[in-house]
Ligand binder design. Structure first.
Ligand code: SF4
Ligand code: SF4
Length: 542
């Protein structure tokens, strides 16, 4: 295939260079024009079962790419390094900062320790994550997909490896169609080997969240880890390698439900990556000729730079598409082109539908005529005052404020619950069989199964006592009490202590049984107190 022979746009001279493999024309030694078709074109939809065409995204340069590198570094850093952070909780609790201790039924997150009955904290965090996602989507579209989704981050990482070994887009296209030489075999084997190492590291990092990381690592490499660890690493290695290395954009397009759901969260004020055809059209590769012929010419030089960087294989100039993950790489690519031809940046930009529609109406004379960029510019070539530009205040609108309000309320409620939660808990179950025992002297005894939950990683002494029914006495199996109504019970750190408690009412005080009484657990030093209102069963009450 021949490359096209140059282009003429204001400020650019022609200097074509054919390249059969790369399919590029270089203009003025500065702008490359790519003969590229969007693989997943919105104009020409592929049949559903057609074989996938590979996408070879070109490396983009620019501020959004920089930001994506930063997000990638931070998210991968958090994922791989978090299990190795230590957090001193004293001698009685694990020192791993983030640990899901399934065996001990605890979740440790730095200074926070969650017990199973406090699972509502996790539910609350999920609610916050949901509303956070609603908030971000309604404000800045699919930013999650474009920057922070694990699929995006790992595909980016796999692409870094692919580019390092096989080269950028054109070299990879060339390699793809090249015969299987030693060089090609070496490159392919190296690439897949590194991908597999990343995939194993990804699966490996996951299991370290569920056990002491240094210990598990030693056990894992010496083949002494539990089978579930190897199975988990195997599954995650396979999914990371297949999703990140082989399937890539297909996961977003065909497997992920989010692109479908997000449509309900966007409105005309949401920011989405937009091709501003009100200034770009009519696009032309021969601007000088067109201008000389008196035709109107838009800013788009049809260089396809935006197409070749797109990891989803689409052309943003075809309009909003489900495949677009709003990674903004096409913005970077086009901004670079605009810089080179001396036009304002933002031919492709984050824009709201309402701004876009208003500018489109301006450029088309209310929709009555084809786009004429002259309608959006003044005589001096600057944008007319009527052109609407992004105003950051649009982010603060009722919808986003509502999401933010719910998100904040959930956060405040969780914080309040966290700061005011008890670290001592008391569970009591009254014996049901028998409900009472008549002693030889006629007194009545009731039994209770009591559990003391000491939710701090320190041992302490809990005083268990009864209040009410002044004639009653209490005994705890295996423990002595001084006054017959209270017993000091030493409890282990971070443990549940089970007790058998017996409360006895003398024969001549049985009328007190109807009042009921309280079982109290108290840490007198820590000023924590838990109370359970109990019934006392007697033959008459039965
Ligand atoms: S069209 Fe642009 S923003 Fe959308 S996926 Fe492609 S490069 Fe990213
Ligand atoms: S939108 Fe920008 S990057 Fe895309 S073809 Fe036009 S000028 Fe080139």
């Amino acid at each position: 295939m021949k490359g096209i022979v140059g282009v003429i746009v204001p400020g650019i001279t022609t200097g074509a260079a054919d390249d059969m493999q790369q399919n590029i024309t270089t203009i003025d030694n500065s702008i490359e024009r790519h003969e590229a078709e969007p693989v997943n074109s919105a104009k020409v939809r592929k049949p559903l079962y057609e074989k996938r065409k590979k996408i070879f995204p070109k490396r983009a340069e620019g501020r959004f790419r920089q930001f994506k590198w930063l997000v990638m570094l931070v998210t991968l850093g958090i994922y791989y390094l978090t299990p190795w952070i230590r957090w001193d909780r004293g001698p009685h609790a694990p020192d791993q900062a983030v640990l899901v201790d399934l065996a001990g039924r605890r979740f440790y997150f730095f200074f926070i320790e969650i017990w199973p009955q406090e699972f509502f904290f996790v539910a609350g965090l999920l609610v916050m994550a949901g509303f956070g996602l609603f908030l971000v989507t309604s404000a800045v579209g699919r930013a999650w997909c474009g920057y922070a989704c694990p699929q995006t981050v790992w595909v980016d990482l796999f692409l870094v490896v692919e580019r390092a070994i096989e080269g950028d887009r054109n070299a990879r296209i060339k390699l793809e169609s090249a015969p299987w030489t030693l060089d090609k075999i070496w490159k392919r084997v190296s690439k897949h080997a590194v991908w597999l190492v990343i995939a194993v590291a990804t699966g490996g990092a996951w299991i370290f969240y569920f056990a002491d990381a240094p210990t598990l690592l030693v056990n894992f490499v010496t083949l002494n880890a539990p089978p579930v660890a190897y199975i988990t690493v195997g599954i995650l290695t396979a999914t990371t390698y297949v999703f990140g290395g082989l399937m890539r954009e297909q996961v977003c397009t065909y497997m992920c439900p989010w692109p479908r759901i997000q449509a309900a969260m966007l409105d005309e004020s949401s920011l989405v990556v937009t091709y501003n055809d009100w200034r770009g059209e009519p696009r032309t590769r021969h601007a000088k000729k067109a201008i000389a012929a008196g035709e109107s010419v838009g800013d788009c030089v049809d260089c396809n730079a935006c197409v070749v960087v797109c990891p989803m294989g689409i052309d943003i100039r075809d309009g909003q598409q489900l495949e677009c993950i709003t990674c903004a790489l096409c913005i970077d690519a086009c901004d670079n082109v605009m810089d080179k031809i001396g036009k304002e940046r933002g031919l492709i930009a984050y824009a709201t539908l309402s701004d876009y529609s208003a500018n489109m109406a301006l450029a088309t004379d209310g929709g009555a005529k084809p786009v004429d960029p002259a309608r959006v510019r003044d005589a001096d070539g600057r944008f007319s005052d009527k052109v609407r530009h992004f105003d950051w205040r649009i982010i603060f609108r009722p919808r986003t404020l509502l999401y933010f309000g719910v998100w904040s309320l959930a956060g405040i409620a969780l914080l309040f619950a966290l700061l005011s939660r008890d670290r001592l808990d008391l569970n009591v179950i009254h014996d049901r069989n028998p409900q009472f025992v008549v002693e030889s002297d006629g007194s009545i005894r009731n039994g209770y199964a009591v559990k003391l939950l000491n939710m701090i990683p320190e041992p302490r002494v809990i005083t268990v006592s009864i209040e009410g029914m002044p004639g009653a006495t209490m005994k705890i199996a295996g423990h002595d009490g001084a006054d017959g109504r209270s017993v000091d019970v030493p409890v282990d750190p971070d443990k549940v202590t089970a007790l058998r408690v017996f409360v006895t009412l003398p024969k001549d005080r049985l009328e007190e049984a109807g009042q009921g009484f309280q079982i109290v657990a108290e840490d007198r030093q820590g000023h924590e107190r838990e109370v359970y209102s109990a019934n006392f069963n007697t033959p008459g009450a039965r």
